[in-house]
Design a protein around this ligand. Sequence first.
Ligand code: FMN
Ligand code: SF4
Length: 475
Amino acid sequence: MSYPRVSTFKTPEDFQERLNHLGLNLQFDREVQSGVSSPLGQSVPFQDQFIGNRFCILPMEGWDAESDGKPTDLVRRRWRNFGLSGAKLIWGGEAVAVRHDGRANPNQLLINEENLTGIQELREIVESAHRERFDTTDDLLVGLQLTHSGRFARPNDGKKLEPQIGYRHPVLDKKFAIDSDDKIMSDDDLSKLIEDFVSAAVLSQKAGYKFVDVKHCHGYLGHELLSGFDRPGKYGGSFENRTRFLREIVSGIRAEAPGLEIGVRVSIFDFTPFEPGADRIGVPSVLESYNSAFGGDGSGQGIDLEEPARFLNLLQELGIKLVCTTCGSPYYNPHIQRPAIFPPSDGYQPPEDPLVGVDRQIQATAQLKQQFPELLIVGSGYSYLQEWLPNVGQYAVANGLVDFVGLGRMVLSYPELPADVLAGTTMPRKKICRTFSDCTTAPRNGIISGCYPLDPFYKEMPERQELLSIKKKMG
Ligand SMILES: Cc1cc2nc3c(=O)[nH]c(=O)nc-3n(C[C@H](O)[C@H](O)[C@H](O)COP(=O)(O)O)c2cc1C
Ligand code: SF4
């Protein structure tokens, strides 16, 4: 199955025609405005400051820290680019493990006393790069994303999962060879982990971050617990129990790091895992009812936002104002989470036009934004829009569908996009992310992540050849 490339939609009419063909109600502005009074250029008040525009850099790790979790030059380069982008909200930089066994790979950043100088330096790098280019950081907000990778932890060997799970899963256990209850984290294990999240938040505050993201997305532990409908004990079953992990972390942070803001990045819906079917096109792994999806409607491929809305209501009650919406997981249904025309090597060919996936995230986020106008909501999954990203983003912000346009992959290939859009500069075609997925395929094969096809820095690295030969072998 092939879909027309976004780069072939040369005019608003072309783009609209494709959206009509797909039956999508994805709206966009024909003209993109620039300057501080444009929809994307407007600032928004947050606590005692303003956030200076409506672009947000989404967290993106590179599998390239030291083995003890300290940043390397590659990490510092990425964060510097985040600062140079012009976006005024930096959502977490990248996932930082709160302890060693929760690392998603042996080169994930790790926050602890020994690594604190390096973690603090990352914030300083973002700020100094931003100040150099845009004169001030008064309207810049930088947070740190805190994580435990749970089912997808690979702390010691990039090829070896050392999972710690919330509950036995009907599909993922088989897929990732979990055949006993040993890997289930007990209530006591979770209590201990809550303390580790709180200690990590205290350290983040020391390092000067204004907020921490208590990560609840992408199949990692916080997210998995939200769908622990059958988990017994105080962290499973009822909505109250499934959100206890979050509530206890928040109450610990409030007690031990007063003044530190909290944000939550959450997968607001989830589908069944997908797998390659005929011609490697993705097919759902479960065709009957599927009851392991937070925000799912039970079919495995439908959305029910009732619980995600309860979750946002809870965040509001907890005094949390910053929310970043995303969906699914890059490990088991990447086409919904990061819509792409070229799948990562361990994925499957897209079962739908990736524009459908983009629209799904935008509409679900808009529904929640409508119900919670007081929250500041960042949306995700815009990179596939390519040339049309600013047009769709501007419409979404101007019409209250979302507060911030989150940028993931696009910032790896084209870090200056926010600054260019706000300056009214034409986007250079050769920098636009075409969703080749190399930044996902590389780490899935033990290679550091980066934009090998488009970023001249990565293009020249020896790892590019390695990646090309792996891709060739895989056909
Ligand atoms: C290389 C790479 C690394 C990522 N790392 C993280 C991460 O550390 N934390 C996180 O919440 N999401 C992570 N994501 C997901 C992105 O934040 C984002 O949700 C996703 O790429 C979809 O947005 P986009 O269409 O703008 O790329 C990562 C994505 C990529 C491509
Ligand atoms: S490797 Fe570059 S072009 Fe490909 S998806 Fe990642 S950022 Fe986009």
